[in-house]
Design a binder for this molecule. Structure first.
Ligand SMILES: Cc1cc2nc3c(=O)[nH]c(=O)nc-3n(C[C@H](O)[C@H](O)[C@H](O)COP(=O)(O)O)c2cc1C
Length: 243
């Protein structure tokens, strides 16, 4: 058993890394990461994940192109609806500075390994049926979130950086990776040695988030304070996007 201090150190060391050195990562590290990650909890122990380990540089480039043409352009354009100060930290720039936003969103293109994490929606039916009545708790998404965290903690334990690159379109990736219907690509996880150290993680104060015995209304975020909250998390989130 590990102890709390070591655990907390690992938890804080894991960060969303957005710039990588191209140096190769040993194959057995990748297997170790996948081996540890599959112990993630899953609804009904359904284990709906599969992995494609991509090392080939031509394939990685195709994944990058698929991301830029599909997900990045969509994300950048939709985010233009928001006042700049309230935009996602990676997209807080005028549209004309698109290339800067692109560099922030795709620092993973230098990573020597990309793990494409697939999910098989059929397998989530292995979970308890009543869970499927709850759209607020998408079982498959929740399960895949646990897996993502385990992958990243395992990478961090080996001194490696990782991140999750979320995708919303499937066709371009399916064309590159050849996974069949009804499987879906959940996320791309770049793995590699860190080219930058992101500094300490930025989090809100624990005291604001914890209540004892009963909800403490003095900690309730009034509607009028919502924009102040967004400003706070944007400031906290910004350093992670400097590349
Ligand atoms: C559901 C989810 C989706 C995310 N999607 C992305 C993403 O597409 N690209 C990215 O660079 N980071 C993504 N992140 C990482 C968050 O931005 C990051 O966890 C947060 O800013 C805190 O920073 P840290 O992970 O370094 O502690 C995602 C995180 C979660 C939990």
């Amino acid at each position: 058993m590990t102890n709390y201090d070591d655990f907390l150190e690992l938890v804080k060391y894991r960060r969303s890394i957005r710039k990588y050195r191209p140096d190769p990562v040993p194959d057995d590290y990748i297997i170790k990461i996948l081996d540890a990650a599959r112990y993630a909890m899953s609804g009904g122990n359904s284990q709906p994940w599969e992995f494609i380990v991509v090392k080939d540089s031509a394939t990685r480039k195709k994944l990058y192109d698929a991301y830029v043409e599909g997900d990045f352009e969509k994300m950048l354009n939709i985010e233009q609806m928001r006042v700049i100060d309230y935009r996602h930290p990676g997209l807080r720039i005028p549209y004309e500075e698109r290339d800067k936003a692109l560099a922030m969103a795709t620092g993973w293109k230098e990573a020597p390994v990309i793990i494409a994490v697939l999910k098989d929606p059929r397998k989530q039916w292995g979970s308890v049926l009543v869970a499927h009545e709850r759209p607020d708790l998408a079982v498959l998404a929740a399960t895949m979130g646990h897996l993502s965290m385990m992958l990243q903690l395992a990478a961090a334990s080996l001194g490696l950086g990782s991140n999750r690159v979320d995708v919303s379109v499937q066709a371009p990736y399916r064309a590159v990776l050849g996974y069949p219907e009804p499987l879906l690509l959940d996320i791309l996880v770049p793995i590699g040695y860190r080219a930058t150290e992101p500094g300490p993680p930025h989090r809100l104060n624990l005291d604001e988030q914890v209540h004892h015995e009963k909800y403490d209304m003095s900690k309730y975020m009034q509607h009028k304070d919502f924009l102040k909250y967004i400003e706070r998390i944007r400031v906290l989130g910004q350093p992670g996007y400097q590349v």
